[in-house]
Structures are given as C-alpha cells and as structure tokens.
Design a protein around this ligand. Structure first.
Ligand code: NAD
Length: 296
C-alpha cells in the first residue's frame, strides 16, 4: 500500500511538491485555506481535502509548506491541528522557512505523542518543487530522518542533515541572508559595469566563469532580472521575512555583523516602494530604477 501523504499549504512550493509526489505514485492529498489553491492542485493529481483535521487524521506523512513560523505553530499546535488530530507514528516534514524556536517547540511538544517533526526548509524555487530537485537543509534526530526519507527523496535531490531540530532553519536563514546580499551586490556590480560601457550579458558571462559568481549571477539575473520578467515565483514579502529572521538571529546572539545589517536594512526599506507580492528579484530596482526597471 502506498504511503498516504498530506500536503498543507498548496502555494508556489507546496503545489509543486504535492504534484511531484503524486507523479511518483504516492497517494497525495492536500489542504489550503485558499479554495483557489486547492482547486489548482486538484488539477495536478492531488486529492483536495476540505478540512485540516481530516487531512491530518488520514495521513502517514504530512508536508508543511506555509508562509511563516506563526502559520506552522497554528497548524501544529492550534485548534484542529496536528497536536489535536495526529496520532503516534505520524511524520511531519516542515519545509517552511521558519524559526529554529518554532521548530524546536513543535518537535518537543509533538514528540510527547510519538509524532516526529523535522525542519527541512528548501532551495530551488517552484521549478525545483515541480521537478523533485529541491535542496534541503535538515534539522532532525537520525531515526526521525530515516522515517521521513522515502518522501524526502521524492521531492529533493540534495539533502544535508545539518543537525538536530531547528538546525535546518538556522542553515536556511544563513543561506537566504547570502542570497539577499548577492542580489544587491550583483545589482551594484552589473549596473556599475554597464554604466562604464560593458553590456550586462557579456559581463555576466565573464563573472559566471570567474570568481564573482553566485546563484544571483548564474540564475536570478539571466532568468528574472535581465529578462525583466520578474516572475521567479518567490515573493519579496517572503524574502523580507527571511531577512528579518536573520536580523532576529543576529540580535539574539548579539552579533556585530555590519555588512549583513546593511543588507537587512536595504531589504526592509524596500517595503516603501515594493509591495509584498512583487517578485523578490525586484530588489535590484532600488540600486538603479532606470537600468533595472520593467521599461516600456
Ligand atoms: P505561497 O504564499 O505561494 O504559499 C503558501 C500557501 O500557504 C498559500 O496558498 C496559503 O493560502 C497557504 N496557507 C497559509 N496559511 C495556511 C494554513 N493555516 N493552512 C493551510 N494553508 C495555509 O508561498 P510559497 O512561495 O509556496 O512559500 C512557502 C514557504 O517556502 C515559505 O516559507 C517560503 O519562504 C519558502 N520558500 C519559498 C520559495 C519560493 O521560491 N517560492 C523557495 C524556497 C523556500
């Protein structure tokens, strides 16, 4: 009998993960507060379930793909959630970019009922979710990770077990802080060179073969910035959330990290001109509105 997987949160990432698993023969059902998201996922081989409690009760493994830690806490510990409706043996894989504290708290409380909770935030965007090629940084006990592995293997191609509960989110926050910085530094370098007479496409060809490259120069600039498409499927509101998580971590550890603080300030200030639903790559427009604007 195939494993019954329930996906909670069928947005850009959750819908792709659910469809990927359904395509690989898992028995996949899903729940989302948005009827539109539920409807769209049902067209991709995912069985829609109208109630969160029902989905929890019928699943062997749950995948969470929710916007923020507060949503994870509500689904795990709130009324009609996993604590109330889940039973011993259930495995919860949280792919949300959340806080280490929320992960540790959920793992501890659900663990008292014999429910495993692992934090497995992801990189790779909607395309990685839809093709089962995500990269995961995982915080978990070894035996919980082993129980989650068949499903993790279905949605990801790289899994790095970085430590115990919460460690996955610490690693993801560090990763996204770098990504946030690289988008800004690449925007500055490309605009500078362009104004000095070197075409952006040629410059990136050189950078991507050289030591200045990053995912910003290799993927984000060609796909979503220089094309002026700004349609990566990752909202700037969610990236500002991730940068805010990095600031909170620096504050908690009382760390003096001046460049990271400047990066965080630039992202926070972007809310004055870029609404939450804009694409995260649009941050480059703050560096040079004319050069990076959508144009005509
Ligand atoms: P999204 O906004 O597209 O989807 C989130 C979904 O969760 C929405 O459909 C929303 O209706 C649903 N939801 C919210 N609260 C809910 C609840 N209580 N119960 C059920 N459904 C609920 O977001 P996304 O882009 O898919 O991102 C999901 C998570 O993955 C975020 O933490 C994000 O930071 C992270 N992430 C996103 C990307 C990306 O490229 N989009 C990449 C890596 C990580």
């Amino acid at each position: 009998m195939s494993l019954k997987v329930g996906v909670i949160g069928l947005g850009h990432m959750g819908s792709g993960m659910a469809a990927t698993l359904a395509g690989k023969g898992f028995d996949v059902s899903g729940f989302d507060l948005s009827p539109v998201a539920l409807e769209q996922a049902s067209g991709r081989g995912v069985k829609p379930v109208a109630g969160l409690d029902q989905l929890i009760k019928q699943s062997d493994v749950l995948i969470l793909s929710l916007p923020k830690a507060e949503h994870v806490e509500a689904v795990c510990l709130g009324p009609g959630g996993i604590l109330e409706c889940g039973g011993e043996g259930l495995v919860v894989i949280d792919t949300t970019t959340s806080t280490p504290e929320a992960s540790r708290n959920a793992a501890r409380i659900l663990g008292t009922l014999g429910i495993a909770f692992i934090d497995a935030p992801v990189s790779g965007g909607p395309k990685g979710a839809a093709t089962g090629t995500l990269v995961m940084v995982i915080g978990a006990e070894d035996d919980d990770l082993a129980r989650a592995m068949p499903v993790l293997e279905g949605i990801s191609e790289v899994r790095v077990h970085v430590g115990k509960s919460g460690a996955g989110n610490i690693a993801k926050i560090a990763n996204n802080l770098l990504c946030a910085a690289h988008l800004i530094t690449t925007a500055e370098a490309v605009a500078m060179a362009a104004r000095a007479g070197v075409a952006a496409g040629k410059l990136l060809e050189g950078i991507n073969a050289g030591s200045g490259r990053s995912a910003a120069s290799q993927a984000m600039f060609p796909n979503w910035v220089l094309s002026k498409a700004y349609d990566s499927g990752f909202s700037i509101g969610l990236m500002r959330k991730d940068v805010g998580l990095a600031t909170a971590l620096m504050d908690r550890l009382d760390l003096d990290l001046p460049l990271s603080r400047s990066v965080a300030q630039l992202w926070q200030a972007s809310s004055e001109t870029l609404a939450d639903q804009e694409d995260f790559c649009a941050i480059v427009q703050r560096t040079d509105a004319q050069f990076y604007g959508r144009g005509e």
